[in-house]
Design a protein around this ligand. Structure first.
Ligand code: 13P
Length: 263
C-alpha cells in the first residue's frame, strides 16, 4: 500500500502565512526533484502527502495542491452538508473546494470539544458520502495507558468510529486510521518504536475482525505524536506503520519534508 505523510497544522497560519509556507514547500520539493532527476510529472516522494489546514487556508492550499500533487483537507467536518448549524464545516462544500481527505476524531476534538464516538461515526459516514477519505484518529490518554486500558479504549474508538460504515461503504471506499497516543501529542514524548508497532498490530487485528482480512490490510495505519525528523526513520521501519500524522514538526516545511522522505 502507498504510505501517507499528513500534516496537521492545527490552529496555525493565516492565509498569507500559508502561502509563504507553500512557496517554501514547492521550492524544497523542486530541489529534491532536480537532485534525484525525477521527471516533473512524477512525484519526488515515495508517499502521498496531505495537509490538514485551518478551513480558511483551504483555498490557498488547493492552489498549491494542484501544482504540487499533494492532497488537502479540513481538520474537522460536520455530519450534515447544510442547514442551521452555526460555525460548522460542510463535507460537500469542502469537497467542492478541492479537499480529498478529512481528519476526524482528533484527540483535541474529543477532549476539548466533547466529540463522542457516536458523533465521530456520523462524521466518518458523512465524509465517505461526500467522497472525502476520512483519517480516523484513535489513541489512549496517559491515565488509560497506565491503568492497562489502552487496547480496550482504542478498540472501542475503532468499533465506534466504523460503526456506521461497516458494509458497502467500508468495502468500496478508501479510509485511513491514525493512532495517536494522547500522552505523545505535543509533549516531545514519542512512543517507542515497539510501543507504536504493538498498537498498530492490535489495530490491524481489530480491523480484520471488523472488515475481514483482505480489507484490513489495505487500510493505512498512521502514527502520530511528537514525530520529528530525528525519530521518523526508526518508526517508519516498523511493521504496520504506514505513515505519519505530524503536528508541531509539520509547521516547518523543511522538517516535514525530512519526515516524508523517510517513508
Ligand atoms: P505533535 O506532532 O505536535 O505531537 O502533534 C501530533 C498531532 O496531534 C497530529 O495530529
Amino acid at each position: 500500500m502507498r504510505k501517507i505523510c499528513a500534516a496537521n497544522w492545527k490552529l496555525n497560519f493565516s492565509p498569507d502565512e500559508a502561502r509563504r509556507y507553500f512557496v517554501e514547500w514547492s521550492e524544497l520539493v523542486g530541489t529534491i526533484q532536480q537532485a534525484r532527476q525525477t521527471p516533473e510529472q512524477t512525484a519526488p516522494l515515495n508517499c502521498d502527502v496531505v495537509f490538514f489546514t485551518p478551513a480558511y487556508d483551504l483555498p490557498v492550499a488547493v492552489e498549491f495542491a494542484v501544482k504540487n500533487g499533494f492532497q488537502i483537507g479540513p481538520q474537522n467536518i460536520y455530519f450534515v452538508n447544510s442547514g442551521a448549524f452555526t460555525g460548522e464545516i460542510s463535507p460537500q462544500a469542502v469537497r467542492a473546494l478541492g479537499a480529498e481527505v478529512a481528519l476526524i476524531g482528533h484527540s483535541e476534538r474529543r477532549t476539548l470539544f466533547g466529540e463522542t464516538d457516536e458523533a465521530i461515526a456520523k462524521k466518518v459516514k458523512a465524509s465517505m458520502s461526500a467522497d472525502l477519505m476520512p483519517i480516523l484518529c484513535v489513541g489512549e490518554s496517559l491515565a488509560e495507558r497506565e491503568s492497562n486500558q489502552t487496547k480496550d479504549i482504542v478498540g472501542r474508538q475503532l468499533r465506534g468510529g466504523l460503526e456506521l460504515i461497516i458494509g458497502d461503504f467500508a468495502q468500496s471506499r478508501r479510509f485511513t486510521i491514525a493512532y495517536e497516543p494522547v500522552w505523545a501529542i505535543g509533549t516531545g514524548k514519542v512512543a517507542t518504536p515497539a510501543q507504536a508497532s504493538d498498537m498498530h498490530a492490535e489495530i490491524r487485528t481489530e480491523l480484520e475482525t471488523l472488515l475481514g482480512k483482505k480489507r484490513a490490510h489495505e487500510i493505512p495505519i498512521l502514527y502520530g505524536g511528537s514525530v520529528k525528523p530525528e525519530n521518523a526513520r526508526e518508526l517508519a521501519s516498523q511493521a504496520n506503520i504506514d505513515g505519519f500524522l505530524v503536528g508541531g514538526a509539520s509547521l516547518k516545511p523543511k522538517d516535514f519534508l525530512a519526515i516524508a522522505a523517510t517513508l
